[in-house]
Design a protein around this ligand. Structure first.
Ligand code: HPA
Length: 276
């Protein structure tokens, strides 16, 4: 098992390398989910650091995810974007998924913004909708906080009170209203994938109180909450998981729907960052 000292050594090596490449202190981290890579178009770029040059950083194996940290200014705020994220279904451990989030904190972020593609469980949703994540259900078979706890980072038993920052939720509602953008709200359930769900599973997840289902976000959000980051998160609903109305769903469907909705989410996130 990795000790706290080993973790610190790895973290220091990663952060030292990044700081040798770019002198920039980000305040806000943004994880760009499936098909959302072009959110970076609105960013005044300062520089990038490729994942495969950063010691101990995982390398993204999914074709639709590039692999770099991108530093720049969005709506006047210094941000760092993760272009490409790490999923449990790729074979990474929860500790590996958590590592980049620890690195972002060590670089200076106080806030993490997360986006993802998700299947809609709430029958009032439709593909192309944006859902503001108000809460989540961890349906992964593990937790990134398992193992020795570094009390300098966060509590051994963090409570899950207000994981998704209420002030940011209010800001997102106001920005959506200003942009005349319909905004759904709900609970995200995260599970392993890589297969999508059966009709019976969609029915169960809906019964558990979830509005959208996906294969990411929960491990990163738990890590960010543990290290006292404020969190804002959105799902793009790319397909519907309605047990009594099932359709075939391909990766192209998911990426296509995410890409079509991307400009709206880009404006929404830019507007939120301006008010943070
Ligand atoms: N299920 C799980 N993950 C997903 C889905 C889905 O229906 N759509 C996009 N990501």
């Amino acid at each position: 098992m990795q000790t706290v000292e080993e973790f610190h050594k790895m973290l220091n090596e990663a952060v030292t390398h990044i700081k040798s490449q770019i002198s920039f202190t980000p305040e806000i981290g943004i994880i760009l989910g499936t098909g959302l890579g072009s959110l970076v178009d609105g960013i005044e770029m300062s520089g990038t650091v490729d994942y495969d040059t950063i010691p101990h950083f995982p390398v993204s194996t999914v074709e639709s995810h590039a692999g770099q940290l991108l530093f720049g200014t969005l709506s006047g705020k210094p941000v760092v974007c993760m272009r490409g994220r790490f999923h449990y279904y790729e074979g990474y451990s929860f500790k590996q998924i958590a590592f980049p989030i620890r690195v972002l904190k060590a670089l200076g972020i106080h806030t993490l913004i997360v986006s993802n593609a998700a299947g809609g469980l709430n029958p009032n949703f439709k593909p192309g909708d944006i859902m503001l994540i108000k809460d989540h259900i961890n349906f992964f078979p593990g937790n990134p906080l398992i193992g020795p706890n570094d009390d300098n980072w966060g509590d051994r038993f963090p409570d899950m009170y207000e994981v998704y920052n209420r002030g940011y939720i209010q800001i997102a509602r106001e920005v959506a209203l200003d942009l005349k953008l319909p905004l759904q709200e709900g609970v995200y359930v995260g599970l392993t994938g890589p297969c999508l769900e059966t009709a019976a599973e969609y029915r169960m997840l809906r019964g558990f109180g979830a509005d959208a289902v996906g294969m990411s976000t929960v491990p990163e959000v738990i890590t960010a909450h543990h290290q006292h980051n404020k969190i804002l998160a959105f799902s793009i609903i790319t397909d519907m998981g309605l047990a009594d109305n099932m359709h075939p769903c391909s990766l192209d469907d998911v990426i296509g729907a995410a890409s079509r909705t991307e400009p709206k989410l880009r404006d929404l996130i830019a507007g939120c960052v301006a008010r943070m």
